[in-house]
Design a binder for this molecule. Structure first.
Ligand SMILES: NC(=O)c1ccc[n+]([C@@H]2O[C@H](COP(=O)([O-])OP(=O)(O)OC[C@H]3O[C@@H](n4cnc5c(N)ncnc54)[C@H](OP(=O)(O)O)[C@@H]3O)[C@@H](O)[C@H]2O)c1
Length: 344
């Protein structure tokens, strides 16, 4: 068995948890990248709150961190493939595989095909692969496609999930416009449109996984507004009554073969007194009339990170290129150090 060498690219809320999980699964962390002066120059253990020193210094120079010969770079920085393109390109060009929680990368062929094709080309040229995982992987995709395997005929698949913006870092709070007025939010959406790729990419990955073909996609967003002043850990401030706590993102997909898919994702700062529990619920209709899947108390933040870490061997073992979630195979529990699962 060989050991897996990794770079933690983005030492925020998610990257910090993943650092601990990787170390506990025998991964050798050989580099860490962040940008703020409060983090750069410090030991990863201190920045990630591990309670011990790792001997790895967090640095802002990604090139230097990538010169360590890592097998894989675990990227938890920002959303949008367009924003992350240069970061991914740099990792791939340095001969490292990439696993990320950047949401669009789960299945980018619908929303960012040119950038995905370019990254696919660069990955192949360098003999490495890139893929995304996260909360979508098991709870919003693989559990649902497995459930569909019990159907004789599927007419529709509808899902909904909830998660707490305060479980993540400032990048996520910004993404859902937490703290803005309703007017500011509506103006933003009118001027820039809404980046609907989180729900859309998840559904498109699901549609691809069950061998269906997208015919049309519709997406929409509505803000979730504070009914009372609501403290937010993520923002480190109180969101005044009437302002945005988060959003409900919705995507519906019609397929050429018939089944229709719908998914509502509610990501908002949970209201005071509201039970801090995330729900994941899906219904497959057809024959049988109804197949129902419901997960209460989903630890979305933690399973985002555990799913990514368990995927590390899959990404290293994959054929070179941009590997979408439908091509990554069944997710697996990894009892042993991750190097045990890496081929050759
Ligand atoms: N797929 C999923 O299930 C899932 C789940 C959660 C989050 N996400 C996505 O993952 C991303 C990160 O989430 P998070 O909660 O960890 O956010 P976060 O706490 O804000 O962390 C972001 C990290 O990226 C670093 N960073 C930002 N820009 C950088 C740059 N140009 N160069 C180097 N480092 C940079 C930040 O560094 P500094 O702190 O030094 O500024 C910080 O360490 C978000 O886009 C979020 O939407 C996906």
């Amino acid at each position: 068995m060989r050991s897996v060498k990794a770079v933690v690219y983005g030492v925020g809320a998610m990257g910090s948890i993943m650092a601990r999980l990787m170390l506990e699964k025998g991964v050798q962390i050989v580099g860490a990248v962040a940008r703020s002066p409060e983090k750069v120059g410090k030991d990863l253990g201190e920045v990630a709150g591990l309670g011990f020193a790792t001997g790895v210094t967090v640095e802002s120079d990604a090139r230097r961190a990538l010169s360590t010969g890592a097998d894989i770079v675990v990227v938890s920085v920002a959303s949008f493939l367009s924003v992350m393109f240069e970061h991914f390109k740099l990792c791939l060009e340095n001969g490292a595989n990439v696993v990320t929680i950047e949401e669009e990368s789960l299945y980018p062929w619908g929303t960012a095909p040119a950038q995905a094709a370019e990254l696919d080309r660069i990955a192949k040229e360098n003999g490495v692969s890139m893929a995304a995982s996260g909360a979508q992987d098991i709870f919003w995709m693989n559990l649902v496609s497995t459930l569909m395997g019990a159907a004789h005929r599927v007419d529709s698949v509808s899902g909904r999930c909830t998660w707490n913006v305060d479980d993540y870092g400032p990048e996520v709070a910004r993404h859902v416009h937490a703290g803005e007025t309703k007017g500011e939010f509506e103006r933003y959406v009118a001027e820039h449109g809404w980046p609907d790729f989180v729900v859309r990419s998840t559904l498109e990955a699901l549609v691809a996984d069950v061998g269906l073909t997208v015919e049309s996609v519709e997406t929409s967003v509505v803000p979730v507004l504070a009914e009372a002043d609501t403290p937010s850990r993520g923002l480190g401030a109180v969101i005044p009554q009437g302002r945005v706590l988060g959003v409900v993102d919705r995507a519906t997909i019609a397929t050429r073969e018939g089944p229709k898919f719908g998914f509502d994702m509610a990501g908002s700062v949970y209201r005071e007194g509201e039970a801090d529990v995330d729900v994941n619920e899906w219904v497959v209709r057809g024959e049988p009339e109804e197949l129902h899947l419901r997960n209460d108390r989903v630890p979305t933040r933690l399973i985002t990170c555990t799913s990514v870490v368990n995927r590390i061997p899959d990404v290293i073992n994959a054929e070179p290129g941009f590997v979408t979630l439908d091509k990554l195979g069944k997710p697996r529990y990894r009892a042993l150090p991750l190097g045990h699962y890496v081929n050759s």
